[in-house]
Design a protein around this ligand. Structure first.
Ligand code: NAI
Length: 253
């Protein structure tokens, strides 16, 4: 899988899956534009990439800010070119049934998980379509294909991300631009840990959940990064409008 000569722009790359993807893409010889609201995390990602000889630059970006997203995509395209956008930034929410989920949670999760992805595509598509090539990888979830109880807002946004990805693929395909989603199962990151910590008995919940995965373990960020790098690379040149499920077999039965 080769990303040599490509510039990959990743949101939420200061931790977790975003950081692992930035490191993986850089290891495949891409120049990586690392963006995040967390400047310390973003700077650390860049440091880790540069320490092993990769090329990366950090820019602070809150994906909710459409104008800032537009400006940064424009700057990136001018300075380095733009080949791939990975819309990874996303948040979860404390478990609660619909009627006990407060409106602030609803607004916050929609703003980052949905508006953020839309802002990214809105900013990048003119550049990618204009040059007649490029790839977008949106990070969905198992919640893109299953409705998770007490995760209704998360499920709402991640289901929409997958269908939005298909719409983008249909629109942008004739211009040489692909759009795909990665749908991870439970991955050991800060977001994953927050979920367990919100449970009464985190250890038991973790054990029960792990037992439901045919591979009998939760996923590692590097395993999702590998899927993202594949969908970003020309190895997936005939794949578009697809939701690549990487869930240790959870949805298989
Ligand atoms: P994480 O919490 O470890 O990292 C998320 C990163 O996004 C952080 O660096 C954070 O600062 C950044 N971020 C948060 N809000 C932002 C904003 N408004 N603008 C820009 N950056 C922002 O989370 P993780 O687990 O790496 O999640 C990444 C993506 O993967 C998310 O879209 C998440 O929904 C998805 N995912 C995660 C799963 C898991 O089990 N960890 C499972 C399925 C999907």
């Amino acid at each position: 899988m080769q990303l040599e000569g490509k510039t990959v722009f990743i949101t939420g790359a200061g931790a977790g899956i975003g950081r692992a993807s930035a490191e993986r893409c850089a290891a495949e010889d891409a120049r990586v534009v690392v963006t995040d609201v967390d400047s310390d995390g973003g700077a650390e990602t860049v440091e880790r990439i540069e320490d092993v000889g990769g090329e990366a630059t950090f820019y602070e970006l809150d994906v909710r800010d459409a104008d800032a997203f537009d400006r940064l995509v424009e700057t990136t395209a001018e300075e380095f070119g733009l080949d791939v956008l990975v819309n990874n930034a996303g948040i979860g929410h404390p478990p609660a049934v619909v009627e006990e989920t407060d409106r602030d949670t609803f607004e916050r999760v929609l703003d980052i998980n949905l508006r953020g992805v839309w802002n990214g595509c809105h900013a990048a598509l003119p550049v990618l379509k204009g040059q007649g090539s490029g790839a977008i990888v949106n990070v969905g979830s198992l919640a893109s294909i299953l409705g998770l109880p007490k995760q209704s807002v998360y499920s709402l946004t991640k289901g929409a991300v997958l269908n939005f990805t298909r719409a983008v693929a249909a629109e942008a395909g004739p211009h040489g631009v692909r759009a795909n989603a990665v749908c991870p199962g439970f991955i050991d990151t800060e977001l994953g840990r927050q979920y367990f910590e919100s449970q009464d008995d985190p250890e038991t919940v973790r054990e029960r959940m792990t037992a439901q995965y045919p591979l009998r373990r939760l996923g590692d960020p590097d395993e999702i990064a590998a899927c993202i790098a594949f969908l970003a690379s020309d190895d997936s040149s005939y794949v578009t409008g697809h939701g690549l499920v990487a869930d240790g077999g959870y949805s298989a039965w």
